[in-house]
Design a protein around this ligand. Structure first.
Ligand SMILES: Cc1cc2nc3c(=O)[nH]c(=O)nc-3n(C[C@H](O)[C@H](O)[C@H](O)COP(=O)(O)O)c2cc1C
Length: 198
């Protein structure tokens, strides 16, 4: 399936428009090499004071690790992400010494997510972020210490055909649009109002 064209108001690298988050995957496996490659990209994300608070957990489809991560998704996500080639959970370190709070842990982990998403795209894979996680269950199942916070999960794989999805998901299987720059960018100070996406 090819993505419908997205357009930008200013010329940008095509990867930013081409990357999107499909839910349909083919059965083609994702290799450990590919997962470690996307995580290598994530490793090079910037972070406050270079604290690198991100920590990653992955499982390849067909392994017990995948099944464990899958069981930590909410049923809606489990329904389609079970066909992904791999799952990644992103956690972040909230404090390194028990006292000093790392206030940008989530922001930095988000940067690592974008890096891995774009690296997946450049490998010909697709990556789909998920916050629909059983956040209460995940720390115990993954054996997390108290200062490691689950941020989000990612389904990665080879893009499949929308027809493989449940009916209600097929119409949503298309690249989304964005708010115009004029709604989100302000020269110096805030003007107007907060506009929500349609
Ligand atoms: C942090 C985060 C959480 C998300 N959670 C979910 C989710 O639980 N389930 C889902 O189907 N999509 C989820 N998404 C995908 C978003 O809906 C999607 O990125 C957004 O609509 C923009 O579309 P695009 O990624 O195709 O450009 C999530 C994305 C992000 C970044």
């Amino acid at each position: 399936m090819t993505a419908a064209p997205r357009t930008s108001e200013y010329p940008i690298d095509k990867q930013f428009l081409e990357r999107w988050s499909p839910r349909a995957f083919t059965q083609q496996p994702v290799t450990e090499e590919q997962i470690l490659t996307v995580l290598e990209a994530a490793r090079w994300a910037p972070s406050a004071s270079n604290l690198q608070p991100w920590r990653f957990f992955y499982g390849l489809r067909g392994t017990p690790e995948f099944d464990t991560l899958l069981s930590l998704l909410v049923p809606f996500n489990e329904g389609w992400a079970k066909e992904a080639g791999a799952l990644i959970f992103i956690a972040s370190v909230t404090t390194f010494d028990g006292e000093r709070q790392n206030i940008t842990n989530s922001f930095d982990a988000g940067s690592s997510f974008m890096s891995l998403s774009l690296q997946a795209h450049s490998l010909g894979l697709v990556a789909h972020g998920m916050a629909g996680i059983e956040y209460d269950k995940a720390p115990a199942v993954l054996g997390l210490p108290q200062n490691l916070k689950i941020e989000a999960a990612v389904a990665i794989g080879h893009q499949g055909d929308a027809s493989s999805l449940a009916d209600f998901l097929q119409t949503r299987e298309t690249p989304s649009v964005r708010l115009p720059l004029s709604d989100i960018v302000f020269n110096g100070h805030f003007t107007g109002e907060i506009k929500a996406p349609a």
